[in-house]
Design a protein around this ligand. Structure first.
Ligand code: SF4
Length: 350
């Protein structure tokens, strides 16, 4: 059955044949904690005959999300520790996140901001919060890049996006604007002339980082949406999360990276899964991740090599964790060094 509107409840999922009616009650409990949304495009990509379908695994809730483990945390990458004003995360000197909206067209079951996004999440910045966030950027001349994330900034209307972008465009020291989004994959028809004009309306160098985790997400429609962005002068990079049961396979990973490059999207980050609540069924070990990343070397074009990174819990930023970059200390423990040179235990102790 093809849905014509996003699936948002356990009942919707039963009706669409994506979960069994016997699991509806457990999935309703998941839904009361973590938002559900599966766009019609994504619902149409799911192979209902495959109980291990990697698209379903990313978007269809699972009762395993009710299982919390001690190392998990509500704010796994520590946004809160670096938020000087609502909607801004200023973790690194030369760039900030601007989280204008905490809504997404789909809700990924492994989302690192799952406690913040969705109808019960942090919502959209109010006009005065947005004013304060933009004033913060204007007041900090060291901010060279603004990264619009959230949530998915491309859920905003072109008019709203354009208003924000024009205000960023008036700030001289901001030279680069980047968007983190899943829209070209999950709602490719939304990438139209109005949206593209809005994305470019700052007049700055404009980058779009596309989040996709499995090669089947790069459909002809998604590739065409990316081509419209790139042909307009926007640069695209990828970001993916290494996920058990989705892309923890050398062939799948190679195919995903090749699909990005074929689409003129440069593979950028491959994230180790974060310690988000109720996501242990997605997590693999760093050692397993390193072996998968190493499997790409030599076998697949240099253009297809992403950087394997960990967001250090607590808000200490990213660390490269490919083999050779960090050494295991036994028992699955590592010491990771943040960009300031400080060392942190991973997984975090206590
Ligand atoms: S699109 Fe990003 S912010 Fe939204 S649910 Fe997925 S991972 Fe989370």
């Amino acid at each position: 059955m093809t849905a014509h509107r996003p699936l948002r409840t356990a009942g919707d999922l039963v009706e669409a044949g994506l979960i069994d009616a016997s699991t509806e009650e457990a999935i309703s409990r998941v839904a009361s904690r973590y938002a559900i949304a599966i766009s019609p495009v994504v619902a149409g990509l799911i192979d209902r005959a495959d109980p291990q379908d990697p698209i379903a695994r990313q978007f269809v809730p699972d009762a395993a999300e009710l299982t919390l483990t001690p190392e998990e945390r509500a704010d796994p990458i520590g946004d809160g520790a670096h938020s000087p004003v609502t909607g801004i995360v200023h973790r690194y000197p030369d760039r900030v996140l601007l989280k204008a909206v905490h809504v997404c067209p789909v809700y990924c079951r492994f989302c690192f901001r799952r406690e913040m996004v969705g109808p019960q999440g942090l919502g959209t910045l109010t006009p005065s919060e947005l004013d304060a966030a933009i004033a913060y950027i204007a007041d900090h001349s060291e901010i060279w890049e603004v990264i619009l994330t959230g949530g998915d900034p491309l859920v905003l209307s072109p008019r709203r996006l354009g208003e924000i972008l024009e205000r960023l465009g008036a700030i001289d020291h901001v030279k680069v604007v980047r968007f983190h989004t899943r829209v070209p994959v999950v709602e490719p028809h939304r990438v139209d002339a109005d949206l593209i004009a809005a994305l470019k309306s700052s007049g700055k160098a404009t980058y779009v980082a596309l989040h996709a985790n499995h090669p089947r997400e790069l459909t002809p429609e998604a590739r065409a949406a990316a081509a419209r962005l790139i042909d307009s002068g926007i640069v695209m990079v990828s970001q993916s999360v290494l996920l058990k049961g989705v892309n923890d396979d050398p062939e799948v990973l190679a195919e995903l990276m090749r699909a990005f490059v074929e689409t003129r999207i440069k593979p950028y980050y491959l994230h180790h899964p974060d310690l988000a609540p109720g996501t242990s069924h997605f997590r693999l070990t760093i050692e397993e991740g390193q072996a998968l990343v190493a499997s790409l070397r030599g076998r697949v074009s240099g253009l297809c090599q992403p950087t394997y990174i960990l967001d250090i819990p607590g808000g200490h930023g990213k660390a490269v964790i490919s083999a050779g970059a960090i050494e295991a200390e036994g028992g699955g423990c590592y010491t990771v060094t943040d960009f300031r040179g400080n060392e942190h235990a991973y997984p975090p102790q206590g």
